[in-house]
Ligand binder design. Structure first.
Ligand code: PLP
Length: 443
């Protein structure tokens, strides 16, 4: 006899009473309940269907409950749930080979998520170069474990400071609010040249790596100018510094390619990824290294390990996920619908007083909201919120559109399986919400 199904309220209460929720004060309202999903939609505890315009945490790239993925995971569970990390298994080998093929790199060390992938990338860069310092950018997020959190420039690092030693931060390619007061058409790419000055001030021989997000995600989706990466690559080569790109959010089809840096024609030395690697169906991260780094470890110890490194069920899920991307043409969909999304975002910018800037690549996009287009005064302060941002989020929730917003940013990052009709439906609701904000700031 099966237990009666718990009510949504009981589920929420039990979660609240016995578990802790990320990035939140624990005593707030009861958490929302999720009971299932299909494609671009998920269902809440009250039976409402939500349009997922955020792919959960910008990870559920193949959408909810993809049937092929469910079968692949079940098949691996039936075959073998677990093997210790010193054993070779079929899914692990297959996935490693596929990752080498799609990234142009050589070998993968598997982790459980993005934070751990970055921890290991930093460790590997230090082991290989014999240098200590890591350059990262202010507007970045690399994870919540101690090293990755310190590497992040995001204010989420503040409570753990001083964190781990050796992180040096530089400014971002944020053209809408250029930290050097320039505009992209006439600037000297100070966003790269100032890094060279920082390198010189810090001592070039002390810097192991520059760690950057492929395209910055949760700090405002900053799409760099086309020559940013070639210049950054050249800078790294000049000083023997490794280039690590964190593609945890921007990788695996989010921008319509395997890696965001593939839009810019450069190859990093180390790539970290997670999220879209399994589309979130199983927890998996990866730290993928170049041939010279792989060769180094042929004769040197890799000082690192995790009980669940190369977990067979997670690797099998990833193998299937990558096959689904290819078989269903999901990157092509991301590029095609992404071009259309870009047009609609530009139209919103033209129509709405509160939209200061829009940035997009594939189905990775953001609206940056302002009180005044001329002064660019943000609709909410850095690391803060405002009544208008609250109103916007509440409106989207009332229409059951699940969206990610933070500070004065509002993202559009749906699953790559989304249809044009679904995209239009969500964007129409965004338009209504932005009209309300327009009215509010017109005051
Ligand atoms: N790096 C980036 C760019 C991310 O966006 C995230 C998570 O949002 C992480 C790293 C951390 O990944 P995880 O939460 O899987 O540890």
């Amino acid at each position: 006899v099966s237990e009666p199904v718990a009510s949504a309220h009981d589920i929420a209460q039990q979660n609240r009473d016995y578990t802790m929720f990320s990035w939140s004060v624990q005593g707030g309202p009861l958490p929302p309940v999720m009971t299932g999903g299909k494609g671009s939609h998920f269902y809440d505890g009250d039976g409402h269907s939500w349009l997922d315009f955020s792919s959960q945490l910008i990870n559920l790239n193949i959408g909810h409950q993809h049937p092929r993925m469910l079968e692949a995971i079940k098949a691996q569970v039936d075959t073998m749930c677990f093997a210790g990390p010193s054993f070779a298994t079929e899914p692990r080998g297959k996935l490693g080979q596929k990752l080498a093929e799609v990234t142009g790199l050589a070998k993968t060390f598997f982790t459980l998520g993005g934070s751990e992938a970055n921890e290991n990338a930093i460790k590997i860069a230090r082991l290989v170069t014999g240098r200590d310092k890591i350059i990262t950018r202010y507007r970045s997020y690399h994870g919540a474990t101690m090293g990755s959190m310190t590497a992040s420039g995001d204010p989420r690092r503040w409570p753990v400071e001083p964190g781990v030693p050796g992180v040096v931060r530089v400014f971002d390619p944020y053209c809408y609010r250029c930290p050097f007061g320039k505009i992209p058409d006439s600037c000297g790419r100070e966003c790269v040249s100032h890094i060279e000055e920082v390198i010189q001030m810090e001592g070039p021989d002390s810097i192991a790596a520059i760690l950057v997000e492929g395209i910055t995600g949760s700090n405002g989706l900053l799409v760099p100018p086309d020559d940013y990466y070639p210049k950054l690559r050249a800078l790294c080569d000049k000083y023997g510094i490794l280039l690590i790109t964190d593609e945890v959010m921007s990788g695996f089809g989010r921008t319509g390619k395997w890696l965001a840096t593939q839009h810019y024609g450069i190859k990093p030395d180390i790539v970290t990824c997670a999220k879209g690697l399994t589309s979130g169906y199983m927890p998996l991260g990866a730290c993928i290294v170049s041939q010279p780094i792989a060769d180094y470890f042929d004769t040197h110890m890799l000082w690192g390990g995790l009980t669940y490194s190369g977990h067979p069920v997670c690797c099998a899920a990833a193998v299937e996920n990558l096959a689904i991307y290819e078989d269903e043409g999901l990157f092509e969909n991301a590029l095609e619908l992404g071009a259309y999304l870009g047009q609609r975002l530009e139209a919103m910018k033209a129509r709405h007083a509160c939209v200061g800037d829009v940035r997009y690549k594939g189905l990775f996009s953001v609206l940056e909201l302002v009180r005044d287009k001329a002064t660019k005064e943000p609709l909410a302060p850095f690391n803060g919120t405002s009544p208008e941002m609250g109103q916007l989020a509440a409106y989207l929730r009332s229409k059951h559109v699940y969206a990610y917003s933070r500070f004065n940013f509002l993202w559009v990052c749906p699953p790559l399986v989304i249809t044009k009709e679904e995209l239009d439906a969500g964007l129409d609701v965004y338009g209504e919400a932005l009209a309300l904000v327009d009215q509010a700031i017109a005051g």
